[in-house]
Design a protein around this ligand. Structure first.
Ligand SMILES: C[S@@+](CC[C@H](N)C(=O)[O-])C[C@H]1O[C@@H](n2cnc3c(N)ncnc32)[C@H](O)[C@@H]1O
Length: 262
């Protein structure tokens, strides 16, 4: 199959995030946006790092503590140091992971990383059409949607506009998975503060999208599901593996929660 094509002149969310995480898969256009964030917002790298570390802890928790062995990772991003399938398979070697992202660079790099793992797939799809994503033959072949699935939406829903209705999107996914399924979400959060407003503006300028949402809006994603302790909290405070110390204002602008469908 031909490798997917992409335009390196246009910055991509996945590659800018990779740049902030200290990865190597980015072009000058991505670095330019990354540098704007780093210069204007000294906590931007901490936000990316906190988010990624929280995702890793959550995947381990889901596989090891909840005993769920199937994952669908919406907006999975570029492969990085520790990936969802590696974390899940450390806890449960039989774990299966479907990565979904609409960025062709994710597909290209994901295929290279995952070529030898038949429990893991990467599909290029737009999550704003959840029924289409869940109906994809590759996903149906890998995941049994009659058994609990862990739905991961880490740092993606703030890239979905209000017009695209991220709450309905997540509701559709929750309805499609059985009781006992898990939902992990991390999300940019606004406290009505100048930093989140200014960061939202930079994101809008770079990508034409990006929405910091309030605690009440973020809680809506979990409606009808049982939030596990400690609820929706800054990523650094979600089951930390070391003392996070006093959080900076920036660290409070990325939150996460894990819930189980009753
Ligand atoms: C900030 S990255 C987060 C990556 C990873 N989930 C994490 O938390 O480390 C957001 C990812 O969502 C993807 N994305 C944004 N909008 C999307 C959409 N509508 N459908 C699928 N993927 C999308 C981007 O391409 C990017 O890879």
């Amino acid at each position: 199959m031909e490798p997917p094509s992409f335009n390196p002149e246009v910055p991509s969310i996945a590659r800018v995030y990779d740049y902030l995480l200290g990865g190597k898969d980015h072009f000058p256009s991505d670095r330019e946006v990354g540098e704007i964030f780093i210069r204007q917002f000294p906590g931007a790298v901490a936000i990316a790092m906190d988010n990624r570390a929280c995702l890793i802890r959550a995947v381990d928790f889901i596989a090891a503590q909840l005993g769920i062995g199937q994952f669908i990772d919406l907006g999975s991003g570029l492969p990085t140091a520790d990936n969802v399938h590696q974390v899940a398979q450390r806890a449960n070697p039989a774990a299966r992971v479907a990565y979904v992202d609409n960025d062709p660079s994710v597909l290209a790099h994901g295929r290279a990383l995952l070529a030898e793992d038949d429990q893991t797939i990467v599909v290029q799809a737009d999550i704003t059409d959840p029924q289409a994503v869940l109906g994809l033959p590759e996903i149906r072949a890998l995941l049994d949607l009659n058994r609990p699935v862990a739905v991961i939406a880490s740092a993606i829903l703030h890239h979905v506009t209000d017009a695209e209705d991220p709450v309905s999107l997540i509701t559709a996914v929750k309805e499609a998975v059985p009781a006992g399924s898990a939902l992990f979400i991390s999300h940019f959060r606004t406290l009505g503060d100048p930093d989140s407003a200014a960061m939202e503006e930079v994101l809008q300028e770079a990508f034409g999208r990006g929405a910091w949402r309030t605690d009440a809006q973020i809680a809506e994603y979990f409606a009808g599901a049982s939030l596990l302790e400690p609820g929706i909290v800054p990523c650094a405070l979600w089951h930390p593996d070391k003392d996070p110390g006093e959080l900076t204002g920036y660290q409070r602008l990325i939150v996460a929660g894990l819930a189980v469908k009753p």
